[in-house]
Design a protein around this ligand. Structure first.
Ligand SMILES: Cc1cc2nc3c(=O)[nH]c(=O)nc-3n(C[C@H](O)[C@H](O)[C@H](O)COP(=O)(O)O)c2cc1C
Length: 226
């Protein structure tokens, strides 16, 4: 099966669609999967703490059969299903991340010391909900980047929110207290093209300098503050 790889960003972005049916004969090597995950993990994250974690399921996917609701085709035909998780304990990795940056001359010792002094106070004041929200934002960014990276490698994806979160995590042996589920991602080579999708007109999404005219925002014009 020929892979149509692309290094043109607009080609990748415009041709990424949520694919539901994959060519079952296509396997993705662990080497290439690792490469794609490393590329996706170049996504930005709050304080560069990289809270994302991945469980790649490319064997016995049928374990998840009763847990993915109406997403059976993607489960049965994809090369792999990737469970993207957020680690609620991600602040614990600050020392390791910043020490690496100092070692590589990408951060000064002073900046590292500043962060290491400040972060425990910052995180201790945050509620679990706030840490979770940060984790979900960063998780969304890595997921998007993974979909684009996969397309650039010649694969297709489908982000999946329709699954039994706790049960999928338990089936894969994931600690449901420590990790929050972000999404499942089906990955493989399309056997059937995706359904084309539409987008709201941009005028309904964007306002300039004040919230009006945007979907769900007041239509009334309010004078901008001088
Ligand atoms: C967070 C999230 C959850 C989604 N969950 C599902 C899902 O459970 N099943 C599915 O078939 N598609 C799912 N989708 C895919 C969307 O339906 C799809 O992205 C949207 O219709 C736009 O189509 P496109 O991705 O082809 O551009 C999900 C997308 C996102 C971002």
């Amino acid at each position: 099966m020929e892979k149509t790889q692309s290094t043109d960003f607009f080609d990748v972005m415009n041709n990424r669609h949520s694919v539901k049916n994959y060519d079952q004969s296509v396997k993705i090597s662990h080497l290439e999967m690792t490469e794609m995950l490393m590329e996706a993990a170049k996504a930005p994250s709050s304080v560069n703490l990289q809270p994302w974690r991945f469980v790649v399921v490319d064997e016995h996917k049928e374990r998840l059969e009763s847990l993915v609701r109406f997403n059976q085709n993607q489960l049965n035909t994809s090369s792999a299903m990737i469970l993207i998780l957020g680690d609620m304990n991600h602040p614990d990795y600050a020392e390791e991340i910043f020490a690496d940056a100092v070692e590589k001359n990408l951060m000064s010792q002073e900046v590292k010391d500043y962060y290491m002094n400040a972060l425990p106070g910052v995180f201790s004041k945050m509620t679990k909900q706030q840490i979770r929200e940060n984790t979900l934002i960063d998780g969304g960014l890595v997921a998007m980047q993974l979909m684009l990276v996969a397309k650039a490698h010649g694969y297709d994806t489908n982000p999946i929110g329709g699954f039994e979160r706790k049960e999928v995590m338990q089936a894969l042996g994931v600690d449901t207290e420590r990790y929050v589920p972000i999404m499942l991602l089906a990955i493989g080579k399309a056997a059937k093209p995706a359904h084309p999708s539409v987008r709201l007109p941009i005028e309904k999404l964007v306002s300039w300098n004040h919230a009006d005219g945007v979907v769900g925002m007041p239509a009334k014009k309010v004078e901008a503050r001088k």
